[in-house]
Design a protein around this ligand. Structure first.
Ligand code: UDP
Length: 476
């Protein structure tokens, strides 16, 4: 790991990701893109997140600096990322507490060489004040795509979130009449008719500081959602820059010098490939909370459907029905460790991703050419699921027992939609479409592609022009 860059003439970018895996990983990919263009990078984080980040950036010249995470009443000491929270109901307390880091952040800015621009998470809304005080352009990153951002804006304009219609009644959007959404598609914190709570204050702070920032960085690519990229850039300030899929910043299949180093689930997938078995990958990201009853239905749905599967669980304590693992042995594997999700998705045996539709998971699946069975669980994942099924058509939505957006999924609903994706016409079409998009994603990130060119313009605007001013200033 390099030291803080001391060469003042080199362009230098500061990245400050929010403390959750889904927000951090894409910015670390972005760091690699910048480093490849000979730009110095400083990543700001907290002590408990430091090991994950340094491991991710191992072998690069990025600097990683830490600021202490504040002490917060209901958050155990040492819990500094959302995947470690005892409950996601503590999210707003956790996220709001970060604002106490502002004085430390500003002390750090005083010690750093000139920063051409910073990319900080939308949840770290207070970093805008620091950026402004130091005259540094701030780009905001939320980890959302342009489709869901546009729909949120349009739904608010139309009053859908606080309307008197039933929670699951679909209403067409004025600007995008082919899209129909309901109240349940949006997070409850945005639907509260009498907002006077921490969540509302936090959301308003984030939105307001976003509007006053220099730009927004999107982990997306123009060809995937051009209508919505254009919408974001036509109306909303600040300008949106699509520089993704960021996961394509690096992808060389892992080579293991020793078979013993290969994770057991990869060895297992290799075996399935040899046996010509098509595997379903099941994972719900790093934050989702799933009830005991729902876990049981997932397990029984997988068992009864007789598919081959790898199910990655994020919590050791998530239970499955007695004897489940024994009964599915040979065709199903349950993993309770952190995996390299992209390695699994890119594996030749994987044919379907049963996913919560966190935006990174959707993009990683698209890049791997794997269709999605969408099972949203929180945040903007309900909109991502609409995008997957209705807009880009790379998957289907899992069937809930009452047809509602947030309804319980019974084993029959899982089995039925999973089989449609593996064997049916809808699955065939989604597979065809996702493979087409995988190619487009690759092209977008290659030299001359849309995302590559967008990053080039962003760097021209922030680094090249500032570097000129800087050298002029130094000469005179
Ligand atoms: N991830 C991973 N291994 C795991 C769990 C998650 O690599 O065992 C990665 C996944 O590839 C993605 C990120 O963590 O890049 C999760 O982000 P996403 O937006 O999909 O969901 P979130 O966790 O934010 O709900």
């Amino acid at each position: 790991m390099g030291l803080i860059p001391s060469d003042g003439t080199r362009s230098h970018v500061l990245l400050f990701p929010f403390m959750s895996k889904g927000h951090t990983i894409p910015l670390l990919h972005f760091a690699k893109l910048l480093l490849r263009r000979s730009i110095s990078v400083t990543v700001v984080t907290t002590p408990a997140n430091h090991p994950f980040i340094t491991e991710f950036l191992k072998g690069t010249a990025a600097s990683v600096v830490t600021l202490l995470f504040p002490t917060v009443t209901n958050i155990p000491v040492g819990v500094e990322s959302t995947d470690k929270l005892p409950s996601m109901s503590l999210f707003y307390e956790f996220a709001s507490a970060t604002s106490a880091m502002q004085p430390q952040f500003e002390q750090l800015l005083q010690t750093l060489p000139r920063v051409n621009f910073m990319v900080t998470d939308g949840f770290l809304w207070w970093t805008l004040d620091s950026a402004t005080a130091f005259g540094i352009p701030r780009f905001v990153y939320y980890g959302m795509n342009c489709y869901s951002s546009s729909i949120c804006i349009e739904a608010m304009r139309k009053g859908i979130l606080n309307g008197s219609q039933p929670d699951n009644e679909l209403v067409a959007l004025t600007q995008f009449p082919w899209i129909r959404v309901c109240k349940e598609d949006f997070d409850p914190s945005f639907r509260d008719p009498n907002p006077n709570n921490d969540a509302h204050t936090f959301n308003m702070n984030s939105i307001s500081s976003t509007h006053r920032s220099h730009g927004m960085l999107f982990n997306s690519f123009y060809e995937l959602e051009s209508t919505f990229v254009d919408y974001v850039n036509a109306g909303a300030s600040p300008k949106g820059w699509c520089v993704g899929p960021l996961c394509l910043a690096e992808w060389t299949p892992k080579v293991y010098s020793d078979e013993g180093l290969k994770p057991r689930w990869v060895t297992w997938l290799d075996q399935k490939l040899e046996e010509k078995r098509r595997v379903v990958y099941v994972a719900f990201g790093s934050q989702a909370e799933i009830s005991v009853e729902q876990l049981k239905e997932i397990a029984l749905g997988l068992e009864e459907s007789e598919v081959s599967f790898v199910w990655v669980m994020r919590k050791e304590e998530w239970g499955v029905p007695d004897g489940f693992e024994e009964r599915v042995k040979g065709r199903g594997m349950v993993v309770r460790e952190w995996v390299d999700q992209r390695e699994i998705l890119m594996h030749g045996s994987v044919e379907l991703f049963v996913s919560h539709c966190g935006w990174n998971s959707v993009l990683e699946s698209v890049c791997a050419g794997v269709p999605i069975l969408a099972w949203p669980m929180m945040a903007e994942q309900y909109l991502n699921a609409r995008m997957v099924e209705e807009e880009v058509k790379v998957g289907l939505r899992v069937e809930t027992c009452d047809g509602s957006v947030r309804g319980f999924v019974k084993r029959e609903g899982l089995k039925k939609t999973m089989m449609e994706m593996m064997e049916g016409e809808k699955g065939r079409k989604a597979r065809e479409k996702v493979r087409e998009l995988a190619e487009k994603a690759k092209l977008a990130t290659q030299e001359g592609g849309s995302s590559w060119s967008t990053l080039e313009s962003l760097l021209n605007e922030t680094c090249a022009s500032q570097d000129k001013e800087w050298s002029y200033f130094k000469v005179s």
